[in-house]
Ligand binder design. Structure first.
Ligand code: ATP
Length: 275
């Protein structure tokens, strides 16, 4: 078997308990992930599903090391990044990008789109200067189907779907190997959702991206993802290829999730239609 892009063993994550704040002494922590094991093969799209509060976002954020685990191991491309400090993580950050749920709050309202996309390129020294960063930002805008003139605009001048395209452009501009997409279509209308998902599918093929796709919408996960990880209360219940998982859920909880969100009957080819 080839080396996975991510290999996660016995991952335990705890976060500060918001209901138990103390002024003195150690911050009380609450366990969120309990012994998660996961392999993510390069070039695959892995869906993470589970009810609200099951730990989906926490898992995604821990993979890209926005959160440091308390126990376990995270290997990225064979390197142990479990406790790597931020300074040493910096070169890796270009490879680990995130697209957030709410593009309006994720994009700095005072910066132009060109600067928003170009800044990480300057930061990672992937651009030879401001002009080159601008040129690369425009190329990224083209890749996500937006006019290059948008580089001079500000986030509030764009629609929700366009802003999410900018979020994607920023994420892919550094040519990352991995993208975390956390509920990236949940704030959008149905037609913008389909377009964004088709875009993600195209970019995944064109750029060979590996994606962790977190979503409440199982019908979307079923169509976009190669594998699905089912989380419940911070534990992985199932982790299997998409088709078999939906056709024959092994765990009653997966069957419940499937039943709770009825799948539309005829919409095969929606990705093509949205392109
Ligand atoms: N910064 C934080 N500090 C403390 N607890 C947190 C923090 N973020 C999340 N939690 C708690 O961790 C648990 C898991 O949250 P997480 O956001 O990972 O779940 P989720 O499955 O992504 O949920 P949702 O689908 O609602 O986004 C929840 O109980 C949540 O209240």
């Amino acid at each position: 078997m080839s080396e996975p892009l991510f290999e996660v063993e016995d991952l335990h994550v705890a976060l500060p308990d918001p209901n138990n704040t103390k002024l003195f002494g150690p911050t009380p922590m609450i366990g969120i992930l309990h012994g998660v094991n996961l392999r993510i093969e390069e070039g695959t799209v892995v869906g993470v599903v589970g009810e609200s509060g099951s730990g989906k976002s926490t898992l995604g954020r821990t993979l890209v090391r926005l959160i440091e685990p308390v126990r376990g191991t995270i290997r990225f491309s064979g390197n142990d990044i479990t406790h790597t400090d931020e300074r040493l993580l910096r070169p890796l950050r270009r490879d680990l990008q995130v697209i957030f749920q709410d593009p309006l709050s994720a994009l700095n309202p005072r910066l132009t789109i060109g600067t928003i996309i170009g800044r990480p390129l300057m930061l990672h020294r992937l651009a030879a200067g401001r002009k080159d960063a601008r040129r690369q930002a425009e190329a990224a805008l083209e890749m996500v189907g937006l006019p290059t003139a948008f580089a001079s605009r500000y986030p509030h001048e764009l629609s929700g779907g366009q802003r999410q395209r900018v979020g994607i452009a920023r994420a892919i501009a550094t040519r990352p190997r991995f993208v975390l997409a956390d509920e990236i279509v949940s704030g959008l209308d149905v037609s913008s959702q389909a377009q964004i998902l088709a875009l993600l599918d195209r970019l995944r093929n064109e750029l060979g991206l590996t994606i962790v796709f977190i979503s409440h919408d199982l019908s979307v996960v079923r169509r976009l993802c190669d594998r699905v990880v089912v989380l419940r209360r911070g534990e992985v219940l199932e982790n299997r290829p998409t088709g078999p998982l939906f056709d024959h859920p092994e765990h009653p909880y997966t069957a419940e999730l499937k039943a709770a969100i009825p799948l539309p009957e005829v919409d095969e080819g929606w990705l093509d239609a949205a392109r």
